[in-house]
Ligand binder design. Structure first.
Ligand code: PLP
Length: 430
């Protein structure tokens, strides 16, 4: 469910035509629907209503402060993966007591900042990291709350780059050695073992990998409790998929029912780390057609059309990175007639495409398009490649439209850059 609908022939975000956003803020622009974000959070939260739980929004999916604040205003916490995310989460009003810190490569300064803030727990991924956290906490005269991220070795059946719960992935501690590592962790003076954590991958469209992982985690929790470890948190990660094209992922209620069932009877608080499912379909990338171009396809099988637009792989990397599908919708009245086309950006890479081999309306230069489902891993993965300024981010609530991050300026492109002193300035005219 989302609030991007056609009204009187125009694609709108809630009560605002996307054409208006383009007129006011230009293109390319990321546009987020506040009502959609709130709705997704509430549905997810209510699905776990029957048991103690904390929803820690995985902010790497979309790190905009207004997006984070939308969830924290509804009672949510945040899942972070860096000191930078910690700073932004705190700045966006996230309560430290609902922040969990994941990731394989935490640095000393990041651990210090998290301990200083007083986060809910560290999700620890190796013995080396346990040692570092123990030492840092000792120096700060604190005890660090810790869960170990275990790798349940289940196949999430998703894209290999976003599957994380297999033996061959860099993430987590093998579930078979977990008890040993837990005993070792429990012996550290400055570490308080509080929970078990896993995260098996992203964009999962089936329930069974979650059920398998939860079953293995439960077995582990029971073993640890029998050994006298006070496990009170079970963090099941994120990863629930969304519909980009024709996927039929489980509804959050089915997902919640399966997870709750897997842990029923255990005296634990569940921690959930949803990212994509909260923000993915709550955002679009608004872009304008610059040029159209035709070429003959190989084998002479008709013509191939390109729509060259002002957004590119630096704005939305997913199609280039994972071959991902994003729907393309006309923003105004669709031109008559359909053509087979690619939607491509201005970047000097053949991999710079937003959509490939699609039946699309026969757009003309100046037409606006919406790249759908771009709220997750869109802006947050964007870059300045080809010295392109990062897009503006706009949030809409009802008929209100606000810039929640300005478009970068040309000055931003060289911010912090200096000319090396041994490069004497070239004399003009030579
Ligand atoms: C990326 C990530 C998430 C969120 O994944 P989604 O697929 O966006 O829900 C949750 N937990 C951890 C540890 C992650 O790395």
């Amino acid at each position: 469910m989302h609030h991007f609908q056609v009204k009187r022939g125009e694609l709108c975000c809630e009560g605002v035509p996307l054409r208006r956003v383009a007129e006011v803020s230009g293109t390319p622009a990321y546009v987020y629907s506040h009502a959609t974000l709130s709705h997704h959070y509430t549905v997810f939260d209510e699905a776990f209503g029957g048991i103690p739980h904390v929803i820690c929004y995985s902010m790497k999916a979309n790190s905009n402060g207004s997006v984070i604040r939308t969830f924290t205003n509804l009672g949510g916490g945040v899942d972070i993966v860096s000191g930078g995310e910690l700073a932004r989460a705190l700045a966006a009003g996230a309560p430290p007591s609902k922040i969990v810190y994941s990731g394989v490569g935490k640095q000393v300064w990041e651990i210090e900042e998290a301990l200083r803030a007083g986060i809910l727990m560290f999700n620890v991924e190796s013995r080396g990291e346990l040692e570092t956290i123990d030492a840092v906490a000792g120096r700060m005269r604190k005890r660090a709350p810790v869960s170990l991220r275990v790798n349940p070795d289940v196949d999430p059946k998703t894209h290999p780059y976003i599957s994380t719960g297999l033996k061959k992935n860099k993430f987590g501690i093998q579930i078979a050695q977990a008890v040993r590592d837990y005993e070792w962790a429990a012996g550290r003076k400055n570490i308080e073992v509080v929970g078990v954590d896993c995260h098996i991958g992203s964009q999962l469209t089936e329930l069974s990998p979650f059920v398998d992982a939860a079953g293995r985690i439960r077995t582990l929790v029971e073993r640890l409790v029998r050994k006298g470890m006070p496990i009170r948190m079970v963090d099941i990660g994120g990863g629930l998929g969304i519909t980009y094209d024709d996927e039929l992922p489980p509804h959050p209620r089915q997902y919640a029912d399966a997870i709750v069932r897997a842990f029923s009877g255990l005296d634990v608080t569940l921690v959930l780390e949803p990212g994509r499912v909260l923000v993915g379909n709550a955002g679009v990338l608004l872009t304008r057609v610059l040029y159209t171009k035709e070429s003959s396809a190989p084998g002479g099988k008709g013509k191939k059309r390109f729509f060259i637009v002002d957004a590119a792989m630096n704005d939305l990397a997913r199609p280039s990175l994972y071959g991902s599908y994003h729907g393309i919708l006309p923003v105004g009245r669709a031109p008559r007639g359909k053509v087979n086309a690619d939607v491509v950006g201005p970047i000097c890479e053949s991999g710079d495409f937003l959509a490939r081999d699609r039946r699309l309306p026969s757009f003309s230069p100046g037409d606006l398009l919406a790249v759908m489902s771009a709220g997750a891993y869109g802006y947050s993965m964007s870059s300045n490649y080809n010295s392109r300024t990062r897009a503006v981010e706009v949030m809409i609530s009802g008929s209100r439209m606000e810039v929640v991050r300005e478009r970068e300026t040309l000055r931003d492109l060289a911010r912090g850059e200096r000319t090396a002193s041994f490069l004497s300035p070239r004399k003009p005219g030579r």
